[in-house]
Design a protein around this ligand. Structure first.
Ligand code: 48N
Length: 315
């Protein structure tokens, strides 16, 4: 049985039509079930009609409304890797009243958490990070002192879907933070008061194009989780050095799983007023070891970063 096709008269093609007329003439198509479609791939299968401008308006209207809404955010998270997304998940659950913007330089969020080590797909998390997986609803195999998620993408995609489902969280991907907004403090230092952003492709071409000014987002708290390497890695910490708020990069040390993960979680903190640093970016502050292909510290650093941020809003 073929579902009723919609009659659609496009006002752009018949300008005399008013919006009201359009609503009257538009017969909304009942959504055919997948089963109904299964026996209907024949010559009369048709999508509902569309005009290209409707697609453009559906996208741009929402995007630019979000830019306007989040121009003043409560919290900005820089970097949508495993730590940044874990932070967002905890904040989204705890404070649905806060406006949270996530700025991710990559087109694809997730950072280094789409695969385990050396492109092997399974993801290891040492206990007690299994509690985070249980809260998230990601199945894992229990190996005693650690657990294994069958594919790192299962963890990252589940976390991403939960974060994106929070109505108070907006992900701006393919967008780079290329500076920090600062305010002077009474003691001659600075506090971070937001971020400076640009399309990532623009940020990557400041050297070969004339001045392409950025956009801004004001926020009392910025949580930077930009990782320890990659074209933009450790962004905020490197910026603190260049603006002389910290003396020098701590320099991430060699791989030592046992010391690295404890250090990253316990030292996730507000490095200067208004800027919390977590995940592997923190190793560039304190010179922590790296931990390689085990991700429990990323999740729990995110839990701690969210707690640190919430303290500010509870004061
Ligand atoms: O996954 P990462 O790089 O960072 P974390 O801290 O979330 O997770 C680190 C983890 O993947 C490891 O490195 C593992 C545990 N290995 C450790 C080891 O010893 O090797 O995510 C950072 C995200 C990325 O998606 C970047 O694209 C993004 O941050 N990013 C930025 N986004 C916006 N503006 C920027 N300036 C920027 N810089 C990085």
């Amino acid at each position: 049985m073929s579902p009723p096709s919609a009659m659609f008269v496009d006002p752009a093609e018949s300008p005399i039509l008013t919006k009201a007329t359009l609503i009257v003439t538009q017969v909304h198509r009942t959504v055919a079930s997948l089963e109904q479609m299964a026996d209907n791939w024949g010559h009369d299968f048709k999508f509902s009609p569309i005009r290209e401008s409707q697609v453009s308006r559906a996208m741009t209207r929402r995007y630019f409304k979000d830019l306007d809404t989040y121009a003043e955010s409560d919290i900005v998270i820089v970097g949508a890797g495993s730590c940044g997304l874990s932070t967002a998940y905890m904040l989204g659950k705890a404070r649905p009243d806060l406006k949270i913007a996530i700025i991710e330089a990559g087109v694809a969020p997730g950072g280094g958490a789409w695969l385990g080590g050396q492109l092997f797909s399974a993801m290891v998390m040492r206990k007690p990070a299994d509690a985070f997986l249980a809260d998230l609803g990601v199945p894992y195999e229990d190996e005693g002192d650690f657990v294994v998620v069958k594919h790192a993408a299962l963890f990252t995609s589940t976390l991403l879907s939960k974060v994106l489902s929070f109505p108070n969280i907006k992900l701006f991907n393919a967008t780079a933070v290329e500076d920090l907004i600062t305010r002077p403090t009474a003691n001659g230092g600075v506090r971070v008061a937001g971020v400076v952003t640009n399309w990532t492709l623009v940020s990557m071409h400041h050297d070969d194009q004339s001045c392409m000014d950025p956009n801004t987002i004001n926020a009392p708290i910025v949580i930077s989780t930009t990782g320890h390497d990659g074209p933009f890695g450790a962004f905020s910490v490197k910026r603190l050095v260049s603006m002389q708020q910290i003396e020098k990069l701590g320099g991430m040390r060699g791989l030592d799983m046992n010391s690295a993960e404890d250090a990253i979680v316990t030292k996730t903190r507000e490095v200067i007023p208004g800027l919390i640093v977590g995940g592997m970016e923190l190793s560039e502050v304190d010179g922590a070891n790296r931990m390689g292909p085990t991700f429990g510290a990323m999740a729990l650093s995110g839990v701690k970063a969210a707690e640190e941020a919430l303290k500010v809003f509870e004061e």
